[in-house]
Design a protein around this ligand. Structure first.
Ligand code: ADP
Ligand code: MG
Length: 242
């Protein structure tokens, strides 16, 4: 069964139509990369899926449940989705361990010892085991971003949404975050990621979607969309950035 289905999504900001009948389907264990010019609506789409924006029209289904129904409790939906942003958004006054265990303890009501054991396991897996008691400002950008990923994973999400998670990093720190995403894919995590790193999209994505004019104008395997695009807008975009 598909994990995520978006049908006819429409989102306007004032008279600016950002999503204009957008369709997207993400199968289980699939990694979908969203590409497109700045302002093409990649972040808005991810925010709509995580119910951080109200839709003007369309339907979003998570595991077959219509989560765009206004009667749905957004917090219940967000517990099944992990989202990571370009700007990590760690809580500066909390240690690494506290950042990761906050939601499991407060929101999911998990016993502290259990949440901490799981957080330590995640940190070990990411090579950050020694940083459990460090505060975010003592970590490099790449380490902070990996903690943000660990925090999102602590809720055992069904779906991960990654919005330009390497964009704020110095080039030498990008690799460690990309390698984490590669590991997550190997574990079978279903992910939608907005990225402007075409090389990475090509390597990790099962499907690349090119957004333009509020729609997915071209979607397919990376070698097709990035290597042999059929839509003139995709060609134009790729020619500009490569
Ligand atoms: P991308 O992530 O592809 O760069 P965004 O989804 O961030 O694109 O933005 C798409 C468009 O929506 C942009 O023109 C942006 O200015 C506009 N936009 C995004 N969020 C808001 C908002 N809260 N209010 C008004 N306009 C917004
Ligand atoms: Mg964006």
């Amino acid at each position: 069964m598909d994990v995520l289905t978006c049908r006819g999504l429409r989102k306007e900001f004032g008279d600016h139509v950002v999503l204009d009948g957008l369709d997207l389907t993400v199968g289980e264990h699939q990694v979908v990369a969203l590409i497109g010019a700045s302002g093409s609506g990649k972040s808005t789409l991810l925010r709509c899926v995580n119910l951080l924006e109200d839709l003007d029209d369309g339907v979003i289904e998570l595991d077959g449940e219509d989560i765009s129904d206004p009667r749905v409790d957004p917090d219940r939906v967000r517990r099944r989705i992990g989202m990571v942003f370009q700007s990590y958004n760690l809580f500066p006054h909390l240690s690494v361990l506290e950042n990761i265990t906050l939601a499991p303890i407060r929101v999911h009501r998990r016993p502290r010892a259990e949440a901490e054991a799981q957080a330590r396991e995640l940190l070990d897996r990411m090579g950050l085991g020694e940083k459990a008691h460090a505060y975010p400002d003592r970590l490099s950008g790449g380490q902070q971003q990996r903690v943000a990923m660990a925090r999102a994973l602590a809720n055992s999400p069904r779906l991960m949404l990654l919005d330009e998670v390497t964009s704020a990093l110095d080039p030498e720190l990008v690799g460690e975050v990309l390698s984490m995403i590669r590991d997550l894919k190997a574990d079978g995590m279903t992910m939608v990621l907005a990225t402007h790193e075409m090389g990475f999209a090509r390597e990790v994505a099962d499907q690349v979607c090119f957004l333009d004019g509020g729609r997915v104008v071209e979607a397919g395997p990376p070698e097709q969309v990035l290597g042999d695009p059929t839509h003139p807008r995709t060609r134009q975009f790729l020619k500009r950035i490569i």
